[in-house]
Design a protein around this ligand. Structure first.
Ligand code: KIV
Length: 276
């Protein structure tokens, strides 16, 4: 059941902004976020009043057939961000800074963030904690909203030894120290990916910015999913995702119906063309 909080959030027809993220968080209203990589999907997700759309670098693995996110380029992200920004009128558009575009220096990070904001992003997301703090500070100082990303950070999959839970018991204090450092550096929110629920809960109790969880348990202030996992676009899904609709099966069904109609010569029908 959709619970309305009439006094918070943007006025009808107005965009959802970072201030509304904090407003929802303070009011205890869970924040919703889905990925999108193109205008038509962004339009549909936006019309469902999802608060934030993440132009994730999962673009590479979901849409471009890559085996990891490290091959995604800034040009890829610019094209996807511009498309999503064109399709979304309400949601806050957050663009991922791809691998290799911010690690070298704060100046490199600011240059990348500026390119993504020019493409239409209202905020940028980058992976890492204290090791990228100068970058986060520099981007915030440039007047750009920053979302952090801790826990399993896919761009460092090789370094982390594979796709596995991060921040378990002994490692929890380090992860929380990273989260506090990002908060102090000016991040408005932090994604926690594949983090034990107990660690997320401990972080929630210490932070005054919202954690957006993916595989991080029920205590995060909001949840994010990759839209293709959420909508059942393929047979496989990560264990932390839930399938909320069978869009993949429906698309296949539509393609089969189209194929049959063409083969049986029932399409195009008279209403689909002009004789003269
Ligand atoms: O790229 C992405 O989709 C992400 C989410 C998994 C948080 O970073």
């Amino acid at each position: 059941m959709h619970k309305h909080h009439p006094d918070i959030g943007p006025k009808p027809g107005k965009p959802f902004r970072v201030q509304h993220v904090q407003q929802y968080f303070t009011a205890g209203r869970p924040l919703t976020m889905l990925t999108a990589y193109d205008a038509i999907t962004a339009r549909i997700i936006d019309s469902a009043e999802i608060d934030m759309i993440l132009v994730g670098d999962s673009y590479g693995t979901t849409m471009l057939g890559m085996s990891s996110t490290v091959g995604v380029t800034l040009d890829d992200m610019v094209r996807a961000t511009a498309a999503v920004a064109a399709g979304a009128s309400r949601a806050l558009v957050v663009a991922d800074m791809p691998f290799g575009t911010y690690e070298s220096s704060p100046a490199q990070a600011v240059d990348t963030a500026v390119v993504l904001v020019r493409a239409g992003a209202a905020a940028v997301k980058l992976e890492g904690g204290r090791r990228i703090l100068p970058q986060v500070k520099a981007i915030v100082n440039a007047g750009i909203n920053v979302m952090g990303h801790l826990g399993f950070t896919p761009q460092s999959e090789n370094h982390l030894g594979g796709k596995r839970l991060q921040g378990r018991s002994d490692a929890a204090p380090e992860l929380i120290a990273d989260a506090l450092a990002l908060q102090d550096a000016g991040a408005f929110s932090i994604v926690f990916e594949m983090v034990p629920a107990a660690t997320t809960r401990a972080a929630v109790n210490q932070l005054n910015i919202p954690i957006i969880g993916i595989g991080a348990g029920p205590d995060a202030a909001g949840q994010v999913l990759v839209w293709t996992d959420m909508a059942g676009m393929q047979d496989w899904k990560p264990s932390f995702a839930q399938v909320f609709g069978q869009v993949g099966a429906e698309l296949k069904h539509a393609a089969q119906n189209y194929r049959d109609a063409v083969v049986n010569r029932t399409f195009p029908a008279p209403e689909n063309y002009h004789e003269n």
